[in-house]
Design a protein. Structure first.
Length: 271
């Protein structure tokens, strides 16, 4: 806290007239200083004139010389786009190659399809659109989480989930943010990744996701409790443009690194 007049008081000395206690000091004769100011001023002016004169002579010598050719560029073969002939326009990029067009369409279509033989997951979120309020309710502090997401510019959330094997549940969420002065998708992913090394989460730094600049996937320590089946979990977090991706895999058997990595790589490829 910055100190203010209300929090910090400075000591104030008592006003005491000490003039009577000090002995009288006889005046000391001071010899007049020689008048050198004019000489110093003349020297300074002469130095400035000398600099100006030297610069002028230098310019004069340079003007009388032949121009010197500059050395060649380190990259003499720089390519520049050629202008189109008059009357022609550039063809628009196909929608299949336009990443923004993909993101502006039905976000649910960018989710990985369910694998063959998968069934509906009983304890996972339903397929389709997830309301922002429901998305925020997955956090420990739903109210604060909702405010945080709104500050990031959350726009919509698409989700899919399925169950395979005996108890293996997979859920994928695509969280899209609006374009503004905050990079919502990047900030949200980095925020979630920041929790992963804690012992309450993955308790490790995870591994880098190939093909993504900052994506990572994590294997969690097994959770054991008397009277219950073991719980194994894996997660992946990454983003592409304005879309943040989070993948969850939970099973009573060990989740392999290959499974979570493959899911993340294939979902990244669809974006």
């Amino acid at each position: 806290m910055e100190p203010t007049a209300d929090t910090v008081s400075e000591p104030v000395a008592d006003a005491v007239d000490d003039s009577a206690a000090e002995p009288a000091v006889p005046p000391v004769a001071v010899r007049p200083r020689p008048r050198v100011l004019r000489t110093v001023g003349l020297i300074a002016v002469a130095a400035v004139l000398g600099l100006v004169g030297g610069t002028a002579v230098g310019y004069g010598i340079q003007a009388d010389r032949e121009p010197t050719a500059l050395p060649p560029l380190n990259q003499p073969g720089l390519a520049h786009p050629k202008p189109l002939p008059a009357g022609q326009k550039a063809e628009p990029i196909p929608a299949s190659e336009d990443l923004r067009a993909k993101a502006e369409g039905d976000l649910r279509k960018l989710l990985l399809p369910k694998p063959a033989g998968a069934k509906k997951a009983e304890f996972a979120d339903a397929d389709g659109w997830m309301p922002v309020s429901e998305f925020a309710s997955n956090f420990k502090g739903p109210g604060n989480a909702l405010d945080y997401q709104l500050d990031l510019g959350i726009r919509r959330v698409a989700v899919t989930s399925w169950e395979t094997g005996e108890h293996k549940v997979t859920e994928i969420r695509l969280v899209q943010y609006r374009s503004n002065d905050v990079l919502g998708a990047q900030e949200y992913v980095e925020d979630q990744q920041g929790y992963m090394p804690d012992e309450d989460f993955a308790d490790n730094e995870g591994k880098a996701l190939e093909g993504s600049s900052d994506g990572r996937y994590y294997l969690f320590p097994v959770q054991r409790k008397a009277g219950y089946l073991d719980i194994h979990e894996a997660r992946a977090y990454f983003y592409r443009g304005d879309i943040a991706v989070e993948i969850f895999v939970v099973d009573t058997e060990k989740v392999s690194e290959k499974d979570i990595r493959s899911l993340a790589e294939r979902q990244l490829g669809r974006l």
